[in-house]
Design a protein. Structure first.
Length: 223
């Protein structure tokens, strides 16, 4: 009888060991997918946060010497030139030399564009000189003959008084509505990178928005 009981006890222990081994194996298989799912969830959440960060915008107020003062929503990494362009660009009275176009914007900030001081100063004198020179060229183009007027109208259309934006000098560009010395230099810099194929290409220039372009359109010519 003792030998028989020993065999029974041995078989029971063997069965218990097999059952325990099976249960442990099953637990590992269930934990592995759960861990994988958790990792995937973390990665997905991280991707969503990254996408939200990339699509973030800021709200800034633009005031002062711009054509369309107001509040504008811009990409989070925008700089002052983008806000000024959104506000229609600088007016004729804007003191462009005192505006830091590459200043980085932040949410809730006020970007105020200063105007030229009363009395004109050096910048106003330059503007008046440029305008006077343009008026003198128009008068000369209207009075000289076609033969002698060819050189004088090299950069301008004498009959319509238009400015050829791909070849005009800085002073000639300043005869356009809303174009001062700083904006004229930016127009020249932009056309040196890529010529203007149409008047709409002037929108590539920082400080020229749709409103300013409409004022300039009747006076520009693409050559």
């Amino acid at each position: 009888m003792n030998a028989k009981y020993k065999k029974i006890i041995f078989l029971l222990l063997l069965l218990a060991g097999c059952a325990a081994t099976s249960l442990l194996s099953s637990d590992k298989e269930e934990l592995a997918p759960a861990a994988s799912f958790s990792s995937a969830g973390v990665q997905s959440a991280g991707g969503q946060r990254s996408g939200k960060a990339q699509g973030k915008t800021i709200r800034v107020q633009v005031s002062g010497a711009v054509l369309e003062p107001g509040i504008y929503d811009l990409p989070a990494d925008s700089r002052a030139e983008a806000a000024i362009a959104a506000a229609g660009g600088l007016t004729e009275k804007a003191d462009a030399e005192r505006v830091n176009m590459v200043r980085k914007l932040r949410d809730g900030m006020l970007l105020q564009v200063p105007a030229l001081k009363a009395g004109g100063g050096k910048k106003a004198a330059q503007r008046v000189t440029g305008a006077a020179g343009a008026s003198g060229r128009k008068a000369a183009a209207g009075s000289i003959s076609n033969a002698s007027g060819k050189n004088a109208a090299d950069k301008r259309d004498g009959s319509a008084g238009r400015v050829r934006i791909n070849s005009a000098s800085a002073s000639e560009l300043q005869s356009l509505p809303g174009v001062g010395p700083a904006l004229a230099q930016r127009i020249i810099a932009e056309r040196s990178r890529r010529r203007f194929a149409s008047a709409e290409d002037l929108l590539r220039v920082s400080g020229i928005g749709k409103a300013k372009l409409e004022k300039m359109r009747a006076y520009v010519e693409v050559d």
